[in-house]
Structure formats: C-alpha cells, structure tokens
Ligand binder design. Structure first.
Ligand code: C6P
Length: 425
C-alpha cells in the first residue's frame, strides 16, 4: 500500500478553517474529563463517534436539576412538578429550534437513536409494510438502522433492499431509482456513516424517494454533533439522534417526525402519560408528542441535552464543523503519509472520522498499544459489519474527532502509530 492511494479530493471547504480561529483551548477548559493522565500520558480522547465528553455546563445542569428541581412531570400541581415540567418542555423547544422543526409536537423524547428507529419500525412500519413490500436501506448503515427493518421484514414477509457503496465508501446513487418501486414503503438512511465518515447526499436521496412516494427515515446519530441539520430544508419524514454523541447525557435521544405522519401512527408503548382516558373497554390516546412518551421520561436527561445544545449553539455548529474539518484534513494527510496505512472511507464528503488499517497488524493491537500512550480510539466492526464485509476486512481502527480535539492530538496519534509499527517491525 502506498500513501498516494489515500489521497482524497476534498470537495468542500468551510469558510473558517484552521485551529487558530477556533477557541479550542478555551473549549477544552470546559471539559473536566479531558484533564487527566492515562498510563502516565495526557488523555487523548479520539473515540467521539462512540460517545462525546460532557462540558461543565451539561454536568451542572443535570446536578442542578437533581439538587433543586427533581419532581415527576405532567402530573403534579405542586411547585417542583410544575417547574420540572417547564424545564422538560423548554428542552423540547431547544431541540425543535436546533433541528428547525416546524412544531414542538414533532419532537419525541426517546432513549436513543436506536429507540427512535425501533419506534418508527414498530409503529409506522408495522402499519404500512405488508407481505411482498420492500424497505430500502444502504450498505453503510449501523446495525441500529438495519436490524429493526430486518425484524419488521421478517414479521411481515417483506424484503430488505440495499443501496450499495463504492470503493471510496460513497453511496452508488445511480442504483437508488432501480431499487424504488410501488412495493417500496420506506427508505432508511444514515446522514453520516460511523464506520467510514461518509456524509450521504441526503437532500438528493429524499427528493428521489419522495418522487416515488416513499417516506425517508434518517439516522442522524453521527451528523447532529458535526453538521447543521434542518429537517424542513431536508424535508425528511423522520430524523433520529442520541444525546450522548452531541455532548449530552446517555439515556436520552430524539425522534423528529412530520406531524401528519406522527398523528396517523399508532402508539409505540402503552402506559402513563400517553393516554387521555382509560377504561377497561377503551383507551383514548394523548396528543403529540405525549402519545409516544409512555411512562416517566428521562427528565434530567432531556434537561442535560438542552444544556448540551445550548453549549453547541453558543460556539456555533458551523464553527465546530470548520474546526473538525481542519482536523480531518490534517489527520488524513498525516496518516496517509505513513507507509502501510490504508484509510477505509475516502468519500469526497466526510465528517471527522478516520477508519484505518495497517498491513499485518490487527486493529485490536493498534488500539491496545495506543491506549498505553493515553490515546483512546475504537477498534472493531463499529456495529457496521456489512461495511467490513464490503471492504473484506474484519475490523478497523477508528479515530473520531470532536470540537475539543487539537492538531497536537493528531500528532500524538501519528507518533503512537509509529510506535505500534515499531513493535511489529
Ligand atoms: N455508534 C459508534 O461507536 P445509540 O447506541 O442508540 O446511541 O446509537 C446507535 C447508532 C446509530 N447510528 C449510528 C450511525 C451510530 O454511529 C450509532 C452508534 C457508536 O460508532 C456505538 S456502536
């Protein structure tokens, strides 16, 4: 393998590129966890696609909620309950503005991106997909956007169709129209691939799907922390993401759905809060969004997510994207210059994720040796086994960047990889 094989024709540049223009050191001070040593080395956290670290503002918002405001919501007439309800609903409005959803009733709080996709599969999917119908996904999906559709297809005797990817890890868009027919009931696609970093041409995909009358579910788990997302501009029908990847806590996520679709869908789970009235003869369901929020929700989680989005907004998602793009270019060039490295995923449009393999060294060995230098990356199939099958590899090592990473940390990664190579020389 040669370095030249990795050269990437970057087709997009952000107006503000370069670490100097982004207050990265100031940002780092906001993240307490970053300031520690691991095995005697400063922590270099490059596993952000798995989960991102939390700024002080998010930690404080969650602590404050449990110290001062904790109460169950939508149920009590007392001060704390009303206050907690207001904070929870304020977080919903923050998410609505963040995604530019038309209506706050279109924002459903769920546990995670995974739960959001399962909700759509089990409600919209079960209602609309029947025997002989088809659901279209892509070859770069995370298992969370494969298995729920597979389960649905098995149950309904329907068929899963897959848009293939090319050697650079880009969708083969010319195949899309061939996969759409009267039988197609849904298309589910990621916005950004966690294993390859590819940003998919969502606007185009949605346009083509809609021209065939097919609604589109978008897995935004890897997009929301890195790109401006405008669900009205995209015109997607459903969009999901997880709080913990966008500097918020675990256990909270969001499903956006167009109101008319959500209104017509049956509920997902039954329980408290999702009802208007219950008798043994019949239950009347609540209005949106509560129809889909059975039981006591993750109130502190929603408040923490709201604080995380406020933090992102304060810095500006476009500024964050520009900083991360700078890191992506810098790291791609540095890694490409190392002999025997092959980058898996060289799409023209990429988020700041670099999957790579080194000839003759198992990715797990790369990860373990880097860890001893304080460098955290992820190794394995990244819950995207079909991507590994497509590239005929068992696993990759993956460095994924966030707003608080620096060029210095990329240098540490490169140095660490040199050490790995020396061990196996
Ligand atoms: N990817 C990664 O290391 P949850 O677990 O529901 O928060 O997110 C699931 C998920 C869905 N879609 C994509 C594109 C994802 O990347 C993930 C999570 C992590 O890549 C953990 S496997």
């Amino acid at each position: 393998m040669t370095a030249a094989a990795n050269s990437v024709p970057w087709e997009f540049q952000h107006p503000m590129v370069g670490e100097a223009t982004f207050p990265v050191e100031e940002v780092r001070r906001d993240f307490p966890i970053l300031h520690q040593q691991v095995y005697g080395h400063p922590l270099v956290y490059l596993d952000n696609a798995a989960t991102s670290q939390k700024p002080r503002a998010v930690i404080d918002a969650i602590s404050h909620y449990y110290e001062r405001d904790n109460a169950n919501i939508h149920r009590g007439v007392h001060f704390l309950s009303e206050h907690a309800t207001e904070e929870h609903e304020a977080a919903r409005r923050t998410v609505q503005r963040f995604l530019n959803a038309a209506d706050k009733r279109e924002i459903i709080f769920v546990r995670s991106a995974t739960e959001g996709i399962n909700l759509v599969a089990q409600t919209y999917g079960r209602k609309h997909v029947g025997a002989g119908d088809e659901v279209v996904i892509t070859a770069m999906e995370h298992h969370s956007n494969i298995v729920p559709w597979q389960m649905l297809c098995e149950e309904k005797d329907a068929r899963l169709r897959v848009i293939p990817i090319n050697d650079r890890g880009e969708l083969m868009m010319e195949e899309l129209p061939k996969l759409l027919s009267k039988r197609t009931k849904l298309l589910a696609v990621t916005h950004v691939s966690n294993a390859l970093g590819t940003i998919t041409p969502l606007r185009k995909i949605i346009e083509i799907a809609h021209s065939h009358g097919v609604p589109v579910v978008v897995d935004g788990a890897q997009a929301v922390p890195h790109l401006k997302v405008d669900v009205q501009e995209l015109d997607c029908d459903f969009y999901v993401f997880s709080g913990h990847k966008v500097y918020g806590p675990t256990g909270i996520g969001v499903l956006y759905g167009k109101r008319a679709l959500l209104e017509a869908m049956p509920p997902y789970q039954g329980g408290g809060d999702m009802i208007r009235s219950v008798t043994f003869e019949k239950t009347l369901y609540n209005d949106l969004p509560y129809k889909f929020e059975a039981g006591t929700p993750n109130i502190g989680g929603a408040i923490g997510l709201g604080a995380a989005i406020d933090y992102v907004n304060h810095l500006g998602i476009d500024n964050i994207a520009a900083h991360e793009h700078d890191l992506l270019i810098y790291a791609t060039e540095a890694l490409s210059a190392i002999p025997d490295i092959r980058i898996i995923g060289t799409a023209a449009q990429k988020a700041a994720v670099i999957s790579f393999i080194i000839e003759g060294i198992h990715p797990h060995d790369i990860g373990t040796i880097l860890d001893r230098s304080g460098i955290a990356i992820r190794t394995g199939h990244h819950c995207a086994q079909p991507v590994m099958q497509r590239f005929r590899i068992p696993a990759t090592a993956r460095a994924s960047f966030a707003m608080y990473n620096t060029r210095g940390e990329v240098d540490a990664l490169v140095e660490g990889i040199q050490k790995v190579k020396e061990v196996f020389a």
